[in-house]
Design a binder for this molecule. Structure first.
Ligand SMILES: [Zn+2]
Length: 86
């Protein structure tokens, strides 16, 4: 039993590391104020394969840029540049 618990702990640490790798907001690095709904290459990095928007923890964005990304992705979906979930 003890060995099993040890293995579980190791897995949790690796999962945490994966999340903490990305720390700084990519849009703050590029000194961008807003996010354009037409640059799909950047927006696709913030969504999963299904088209779901990544969380702030996963994407590494700051609060303001996550908000801009949310609006930009919703606009891109409406203009049929990006898929809705599914
Ligand atoms: Zn930012």
């Amino acid at each position: 039993m003890k060995k099993l618990f040890g293995k579980k702990k190791k897995k949790q640490i690796t999962a945490k590391k994966r999340y903490t790798e990305v720390r700084k907001c990519r849009f703050c690095k590029m000194t961008m104020k807003g996010i354009d709904y037409k640059d799909i290459l950047n927006l696709q990095k913030l969504t999963s394969g299904q088209g779901k928007l990544f969380s702030r923890k996963r994407s590494g964005n700051c609060a303001t840029h996550q908000r801009f990304a949310k609006i930009a992705i919703k606009r891109a979906r409406f203009m049929a540049l990006m898929p809705y979930v599914g």
